[in-house]
Design a protein around this ligand. Structure first.
Ligand code: SAM
Ligand code: SF4
Length: 454
């Protein structure tokens, strides 16, 4: 008999993709997704603790669903970073919780669910799996009805930046064999996917520890050859490991979009050292320079942290200086938040909350201007847009993204979805672009495989 699963997801792309994998896996156990918790037989809270303190979110979410367990017998579970960190303590604190499932235990989910269904036993599974079984391919069973998809190529991280919880909750870096990745992308393409984003905390480290001889650039070359796929993106790349070979890939691979997300975290060498990042402001700027020389239309986005322990006004100015020099297309900015168990949480010179907030506001004000100006540079150009679906703003419009990852809304109908359409950009906004198709007759761009296949 079919059952329903409701997953509430917090955090980053990695977590959102884990939720997708969980849903695919449960399809095989006759659990289909519902967006309505009230009709769910299984409710899973998939948590992330990279930047926020999510424990209270977990408690309040579980509190909200407690009555569904009591009235309808729904099974309640917690997955993700908090599950990994807290383990059995969650079961001790929340008597009505049935399941705690760590980041490496996802493939065990169907068996654990069955155990709870049969015996009513409460389960906790948070061991790290040194064999990498948690990376096993989980192919979609049902049509995806979507144009783009994430594909995990590696998990975990060996870098141990002093602020970051990832190595503790996701374990050590581990890559998936290239054959499995290629098979997954091929399957996604068969199901209508046109763009893949290859996911890992540090994709430049891809291939380490595998039996085969392969680097991330080589993997990109192989994905680029997959017929029917239009676009490739990846995230995230660590500046220290950004290789010359990878930079060259942008000029060699037609499907690789001209966009890189390259988190810099701080423009102060003193802070970068304390963060244990392994590069300097100057070496970061040199890499950006090389990327832009090779590919002048390259869009660069980044992450930055303000208020890291010991950050003084001069350090913050160095960060602003880097932002002005690079002129990022977009920037994700965060106030430093101590993560239990990381080295920086022990540092004595923690910065006052008000100082962090003030610095964040100044930085975001500067970046807002830059983002708008960068968007305005696109006005008048004709850009290839991969259409993803109906725009949220108007029923007359469709929405898609340029190769540089900018959102473009323009008038069109659902027959455009999944096609690469050349669009003239007419107006820039802070977070998106407005465009119009060139003729009344829609012609796809020469790369559009939809058209080439007839
Ligand atoms: N692996 C990527 C890298 O090295 O650039 C970053 C991945 S991390 C999951 C995403 C972003 O969260 C980081 O780039 C950083 O800006 C932010 N972040 C991580 N830990 C943080 C903390 N303790 N406080 C504030 N921001 C944090
Ligand atoms: Fe965290 Fe650093 Fe690893 Fe990125 S490279 S996931 S910031 S430890």
């Amino acid at each position: 008999m079919e059952k329903r699963v409701y997953v509430e997801t917090y955090g980053c792309q990695m977590n959102a993709h884990d939720t997708e994998r969980i849903l695919r896996l449960l399809e095989g156990s006759h659990y289909l997704e519902t967006k309505n918790a009230q009709e769910a037989d299984f409710i899973l809270i998939n948590t992330c603790s990279v930047r926020e303190k999510p424990e209270h979110k977990v408690y309040s979410a579980l509190g909200r669903y407690q009555w569904l367990k009591e009235k309808k017998g729904a099974i309640l579970g917690v997955a993700g970073c908090v599950a990994q960190q807290e383990g059995g303590r969650l079961l001790d604190r929340i008597p009505y919780l049935d399941m705690v499932i760590g980041t490496h235990a996802i493939p065990m989910l169907p068996q654990l669910l069955q155990k709870i269904e049969v015996s009513g036993e409460r389960v906790c599974e948070t061991a790290f799996d040194p064999e990498g079984g948690y990376l096993k391919t989980i192919l979609p069973q049902e049509p995806l009805h979507k144009v783009k998809s994430y594909v995990t190529i590696m998990q975990g991280c060996d870098h141990f930046c002093s602020f970051c919880i990832v190595p503790y909750v996701r374990g050590r870096e581990r890559s998936r064999p290239s054959r499995e990745i290629i098979e997954e992308v091929e399957r996604l393409v068969e199901m209508g996917v046109k763009e893949v984003c290859l996911l890992g905390q540090n994709v430049n480290g891809y291939g380490k520890g595998l039996k085969e001889e392969i680097s991330f650039s080589k993997l990109l070359h192989r994905v680029n050859e997959i017929e029917g796929l239009d676009r490739i993106r990846f995230t995230t790349s660590h500046p220290k490991d950004l290789s010359a070979e990878l930079i060259q890939s942008f000029s060699k691979l037609k499907k690789l979009c001209e966009h890189i997300h390259l988190p810099f975290q701080s423009g102060s060498d003193k802070m970068l050292k304390a963060m244990h990042r392994g590069y300097t402001k100057e070496s970061y700027l040199e890499k950006i320079d090389r990327l832009k020389k090779l590919c002048p239309s390259m869009a660069v986005t980044s992450d930055v942290i303000v208020g890291f322990p010991g950050e003084e006004e001069k350090d913050f100015e160095d960060t602003l200086d880097l932002i002005q020099k690079v002129r990022f297309d977009d920037l994700f900015s965060f106030k430093y938040s101590p993560r239990q168990g990381t080295r920086a949480a022990q540092f004595t010179e923690q910065v006052e909350e008000k100082v962090k907030q003030d610095r964040l506001s100044v930085l975001q004000g500067i970046q807002k201007e830059i983002t708008l100006q960068k968007n305005q540079e696109w006005e008048g150009r004709v850009e290839e847009v991969l259409v993803e679906g109906r725009s949220r703003q108007s029923d007359q419009d469709v929405t898609g993204r340029t190769r540089s990852n900018r959102i473009v809304n323009f008038e069109g109908d659902l027959s455009f979805v999944g096609r690469l359409i050349p669009v003239r950009i007419t107006k820039a906004y802070p977070h998106s672009l407005r465009g119009g198709i060139l003729d009344s007759e829609v012609t796809c761009s020469p790369q559009c495989l939809h058209c080439q296949s007839g």
